[in-house]
Write a protein that binds this ligand. Structure first.
Ligand code: PLP
Length: 400
């Protein structure tokens, strides 16, 4: 029991982040690229790693300059190595940002439901976490974001675009509005950016002239390199310099840097599968909607389906009718029969037993009828654990 150890009080009772890693044929829960690396890219990576292995008696390039230059070239938008930083996954990047800009006495804020690690990273760096909210359709409007930021004045704001777990994109106007009012830095987590639909912009386009904006990216999703562990940020050169204050020396191994550079050298081949994944996603969205399921708009490699209403209707077709039950006459009859049965075997007051049995019958009946009307109301509102269908986000009519 770790609670017996003198761990920090804000970590007590928490569980470690743990999307289950299951040995199953179709693994969907960690949103990776399901396609393996193309064989010729894997061969090139293996050859480059074989060259580097004999040199690992030496520390790697602490500043990962070559890799950062390659990442900047991939991102475009006028970026160079001085405005890009890399680490072991974008989680490490975000942790470093919180170490620099969060910490004791400071606050970080996200708009939930969103990527759960943002909160855990905040807790791990002793940063207070503020769980902001999204609209009912999982969108985030500039007005709502601004009002929530004004109310809490967070030192670090996390925006997630496309958002995990909803897949929804973020209008650039939200980023601009947030930057106008946020007193600290604004992090846009773009882990799934490569999957966005044509016409959906990236926050990289907002970077110019915004010294407090940070965009984080990863090779864990579109690049099919989750096992490499390579995440990175694009921001102002000052933010990159600030992160140097907390980065561990030689944090990025020579093997990781080599593998990532090979991946970037084969970016076209690696990203070929992205188009297939996007087509599969769009097909899934169309077909699920045809079934009547409410599905959120997705710019990611996953889709949020609110199946609550749909499943409930399938399981309980009676909910589409007013509450009627054969129990109405059965309840008192059952009460009398049970009472007579008991009377025959047990001594005592017949009337008390009769009343008790009747009461039990009516409690069951009214409990059942109340549950029926509650579920009917939820269905009418599109509920049953699902958010209501709404503008932009959830679309699809529950079947009648
Ligand atoms: C929104 C988001 N950001 C970041 C990550 C983590 O990425 P990495 O593997 O680069 O640490 C994930 C992983 O699922 C994610 O969903």
């Amino acid at each position: 029991m770790i609670d017996a150890l003198p761990i920090r009080h804000e970590l007590r009772g928490l569980s470690a982040y743990g999307a289950p890693q299951l040995d199953v044929a179709v693994r969907l829960n960690t949103n990776e690229n399901p396609y393996p690396m193309p064989p010729h890219v894997a061969a090139a990576m293996a050859a480059s790693l074989a060259e580097v292995v004999p040199t690992v008696n030496r520390y790697p390039d602490r500043d990962a300059l070559e890799l950062r230059a390659s990442l900047a070239a991939y991102l475009g938008h006028g970026l160079d190595a001085s405005r890009v930083w890399a680490a072991n996954g974008s989680n490490e990047i975000q942790q470093e940002l919180l170490q620099v800009f969060g910490g004791p006495g400071r606050r970080a804020m996200g708009f939930t439901p969103s990527y759960s690690m943002h909160r855990l990273l905040a807790l791990g760096t002793a940063t207070e976490w503020i769980a902001g909210v999204r609209d009912a359709d999982f969108g985030l409007t500039p007005d709502s974001a601004v009002a929530q930021i004004r109310a809490h004045a967070p030192d670090v704001v996390f925006l997630c675009a496309p958002n995990n777990p909803t897949g929804t994109a973020l209008p650039p106007a939200v980023i601009d509005a947030v930057l106008d009012v946020a007193p600290g830095i604004v992090v846009v987590d773009e882990a799934y950016a490569e999957f966005r639909r044509a016409g959906t912009p990236t926050a990289l386009a907002n970077l110019e002239g915004q010294p407090r904006l940070v965009v984080t990216r990863t090779m864990s999703k579109a690049f099919a390199c989750a096992g490499v562990r390579l995440g990175y940020l694009a921001a102002s050169a000052e933010i990159v310099d600030a992160v140097q204050l907390v980065r561990l020396p030689y944090h990025l191994s020579a093997l990781t840097q080599t593998a990532a550079k090979v991946a970037l050298a084969h970016v076209e081949a690696l990203l070929e599968t992205v188009e297939a994944i996007k087509q599969g996603r769009d097909y899934l969205v169309t077909e699920l909607r045809r079934l009547g399921l409410p599905v959120a708009e997705s710019d990611a490699n996953f889709v949020l389906v609110c199946a609550g209403v749909w499943v409930l209707r399938k399981k309980r077709p009676d909910l589409d009718r007013p509450f009627r039950t054969p129990w109405v006459p059965v309840v008192p009859i059952l009460g009398v029969v049970c009472c007579l049965g008991l009377m025959a075997t047990l001594p005592g007051d017949t009337w008390i037993r009769l009343i008790v049995w009747l009461l039990i019958g009516f409690v069951i009946y009214f409990g059942y009828s109340r549950k029926h009307s509650r579920l009917q109301k939820e269905l009418a509102a599109g509920g049953a654990g699902s958010p209501p269908p709404g503008k932009g986000g959830m679309r699809g009519q529950p079947p009648r």
